[in-house]
Design a binder for this molecule. Structure first.
Ligand code: ITT
Length: 195
């Protein structure tokens, strides 16, 4: 008899396909767990804490998707000279001020330090876990043509010259999302693949 065992799967709930693509390629390299997409707009609370926002969104999704192993990922760009702005408001500010607006605000500062944060909240049966990572960097002087979201203006310190956008596929081996996803995969490999 030909018995095929189904690979374990986990669902990422997001409206952002770039996010899904990046996490998908990390999953492919580091785990046999299958990543699936549940495309939906997340319900987000107002909070200065991305972990809190991620947990809230996850719990809202979990009410509708009781039987599924799911996670959400919340990211934000925190600019030191702007006291952490746009941070939790990154999506709204991207849509309203845009990259040009951010660079205009930054004109009054000599230093342009920032970090990108990724907070992943996962629900495995009744357990909720959160994994957070940050990448330090600088806001560029100009908007580079490549990448999505804030990619064209964020230069990670580990490279020091190129924006996330200019790094192309290399971004996905050093980004805030890569580091947080690594932590998620380590957790999943331990508790899902071992059982
Ligand atoms: P969700 O449905 O998963 O919430 P989103 O696009 O709203 O998708 P976030 O709230 O996590 O995602 O992101 C806040 C903003 O930061 C949003 O404008 C994104 O485009 C941008 N962003 C997030 N991660 C990014 C990355 O790796 N590079 C560039 N911009 C990013």
């Amino acid at each position: 008899m030909n018995q095929t065992t189904k690979k374990p799967e986990i669902f990422l709930v997001t409206s952002n396909l770039h996010k899904y693509d990046e996490i998908y390629s990390i999953f492919k390299q580091y785990t046999s767990i299958q990543l699936r997409l549940l495309q939906a707009n997340l319900v987000e609370i107002q909070s200065s804490d991305l972990e809190e926002i991620a947990i809230f969104s996850l719990k809202k999704c979990a009410k509708k998707l009781k039987e599924k192993l799911i996670f959400v990922e919340d990211s934000g760009l925190f600019i030191k000279q702007l006291n952490g702005f746009p941070g939790p408001y990154s999506a709204y500010i991207f849509r309203t001020l845009g990259l040009k607006g951010i660079l205009t605000l930054m004109k009054m500062f000599k230093k342009r330090e920032a970090y990108f944060q990724s907070s992943i909240a996962v629900k495995n049966e009744n357990e909720i876990k959160v994994f957070t990572e940050r990448v330090q960097g600088q806001i560029s002087l100009e908007i580079s043509d490549l990448g999505w979201g804030y990619d064209p203006i964020f230069i990670p310190d580990c490279d020091g010259t190129l924006t996330y956008g200019e790094l192309g596929l290399k971004k996905n081996a050093l980004s805030h999302r890569f580091l947080a996803t690594q932590k998620l995969i380590k957790y999943l490999n331990k508790c899902i693949l071992v059982d």
